[in-house]
Design a binder for this molecule. Sequence first.
Ligand code: F6R
Length: 242
Amino acid sequence: MKFIIKDNYEEMSREAADMMAQLLKENPKLVAALPTGGTPERPLELFAQKHQEENLDFSKMKSFNIDEYIPLAKDNPQGYYYFLNKYLYSRVNINYDNTFVPDITKDIDTACAEFEQKIEDAGNLDFILLGIGNDGHIGFNEPAPYYYEKTHLVELDPDTIEANSRFFDHIDDVPTQAITLGMATILKAKKIALIANGEKKANGIRKLYEENTIYPEFPASFLRLHRDVTIIVDREAAKYIL
Ligand code: F6R
């Protein structure tokens, strides 16, 4: 696991955007899975900016949402497809047919199976950009005694609902369920980067840095099973490892 510590959120974001741009330049048919939330806003904006400023070509890239709330439709401003559209797709020349999110108009099992199949059909993920929950979740794989291999339905932890309530008018508006990529689908990505900023993430980053065990109470510890993981953080998230 490689750690890159940047001075602040802007620099952390630039590092992540540069990494993604480099991967897309090397492989215009990049198959990527991307997160939503507070952390990826600026990285995705800077990634998109490279289309305007450097003519970075997104036309052959395939992009998958890592997760999506149930039951938010594609055009719901609180939804995760909407988020990727806002920060990335609408700003670049991506082909919308190459943007994927679980189809929640179908029953959940079908939506999960079809989404997983689409990833397989694309030849699996070349790259996944992850955030990390305050409780260590990756995607929405919450701390649990067992994990799902593939895309599946999750009940969100109260901690996660509380953390995500900042994006809603009221905590009762936060969906309690989501569909997320499973642990194995995440770990099958050829390359993984995890971004984190701010003090709330410092404990999780400390665990990733100091520990060398894999245990279910800390989902991000499963990243130790992967050979190509880069953790990109700002100084606040890195405060226990500096
Ligand atoms: C969201 C996702 C989550 C977030 C995590 C951190 O698509 O996969 O794992 O990355 O909850 O969220 P923020 O960045 O809002 O702190």
